[in-house]
Write a protein of this length. Structure first.
Length: 201
């Protein structure tokens, strides 16, 4: 137990931008909180945390979290059924029988993976996504509710709405053609109803 009113957390890479302050020190004070907290800085103690830390400041941090979660290196757990070793599929997702999935990989609830797609390299496809025919998703993350077009090759990328961030080149590209990248054409609620009774693979 730390004997202090102000404690800052540190990880193996330094400060975690996280502090714990005894609330009694702030109650009843007419001084702005920022000024009160500043006065505690010289008296602060350090709490060293040796567990898993990820700052989630950049797209590469998100990719690292996904990879660590799928590999069991942190407490993040895929929400779905493990249908084969290292392959998790969420409720109501549809995966065409021709799709090749190499674990670890995650496909979120209500997503649809069309014919002849390839999913590999610790990739994650979040809920309510649609990956169209012949597309490869390799070492990449596709965020919720996105459409990825026909015969594309996503490699080492994080995909958001109309944007693709390439991790190795450290480049963000905006894509205005919704035939290549956009939001799903079926609303999430409709998708859940349409695919809720489908089989998973």
């Amino acid at each position: 137990m730390l004997n202090t009113t102000h404690c800052c957390a540190y990880g193996t890479a330094g400060a975690l931008d996280l502090a714990v302050v005894e609330a009694a020190c702030l109650r009843g004070s007419e001084t702005p909180y920022r000024k009160v907290l500043s006065a505690f800085i010289p008296e602060q103690e350090r709490f060293f945390f040796d567990g898993y830390v990820n700052p989630l400041k950049e797209p590469r941090d998100l990719r690292q979290l996904v990879e660590d979660g799928l590999a069991g290196r942190c407490s993040l757990q895929p929400v779905g059924s493990e249908v084969s070793p290292g392959v998790w599929i969420g409720a109501g997702a549809q995966v065409d029988p021709s799709v090749s999935i190499t674990g670890p990989a995650f496909i979120g609830a209500g997503s649809r993976i069309a014919e002849s797609c390839t999913i590999k390299g610790s990739s994650s496809i979040e809920r309510d996504c649609e990956i169209d025919c012949g597309t490869t998703v390799d070492q990449s993350s596709v965020l919720q509710g996105l459409y990825v077009g026909v015969a594309l090759n996503l490699h080492r990328s994080v995909v958001t709405r109309n944007k693709l961030f390439h991790l190795d080149r450290n480049v963000e590209v905006e894509i205005d053609d919704d035939r290549l990248l956009g939001t799903t054409k079926i609303a999430p609620i409709q998708r859940a109803a349409a695919f809720g009774g489908g089989d998973t693979k």
